[in-house]
Write a protein that binds this ligand. Structure first.
Ligand code: ZN
Length: 210
């Protein structure tokens, strides 16, 4: 019996400490070249997620606007995923950590330790002010769109991987208060959850690439 208990403990511990894995569930408009770039970036994403510095970073970052996990509230009624009540809870670092660690998205099984991604490759036109979008999330389908030029084939290893983590925080429901990062920062009095996670990932990336 003692042996059995120890065995169960070992299994529980190893499950509890397994880093989350990434699974791509959907690919839309990916060319061969896009898929090749994605493959390389997913390897870097795995390395970031398997680096203790990333998780320490999440635990210690000073996130702002943590009560803006509200994206799921703004869905259409006939969306692919259910419209939810407005979540105004102030998420602690521990809670943000757990959402990511357990892969608590609505794609696949809940809390499956799998970061499920539905991805689309896109060519964005410059707007009238000469700005180009890097990507975004469709809250109704949870498809992440990414700019081919500036994200998928940016020329900077890991740029797309860090962008995917940013967008994944939107998949989890975190919303920017304003359309532009600088305006969000001003409105929140600091870096919000999606931008913060991307910053932490970029920092870890430097170590991963060295
Ligand atoms: Zn964003």
């Amino acid at each position: 019996m003692k042996i059995l208990n120890s065995l169960i403990l070992i299994i529980v511990c190893s499950v509890g400490y397994a880093y989350p894995t990434v699974k791509v569930d959907t690919l839309i408009d990916f060319t061969k070249a896009d898929s090749a770039a994605l493959k390389t970036e997913l390897q870097l994403l795995d390395k970031i997620l398997q680096n203790e510095r990333f998780w320490e970073g999440i635990k210690n970052f000073e996130f702002h606007c943590t009560n803006w996990r509200r994206l799921h509230h703004y869905r259409k009624r006939n969306a692919l995923y259910p419209k939810q009540k407005k979540d105004k809870h102030n998420y602690s670092n521990e809670e943000i950590y757990n959402l990511l660690w357990t892969g608590d998205d609505e794609i696949g099984s809940p809390k499956d330790s799998v970061i499920n991604l539905k991805l689309q490759a896109k060519d964005y036109e410059q707007n009238k002010k000469g700005r180009t979008r890097h990507g975004g999330l469709d809250k109704n389908t949870l498809v992440i769109s990414s700019n081919r030029k500036t994200r998928i084939h940016s020329g900077n290893p890991g740029e797309y991987a860090c962008h995917l983590l940013h967008e994944y925080m939107h998949v989890l429901g975190f919303k920017h208060r304003k359309g532009r990062p600088s305006r969000t920062k001003k409105k929140c009095g600091g870096t919000d959850v999606a931008l913060g996670v991307q910053l932490i990932a970029k920092d870890v990336l430097k170590k991963v690439l060295n």
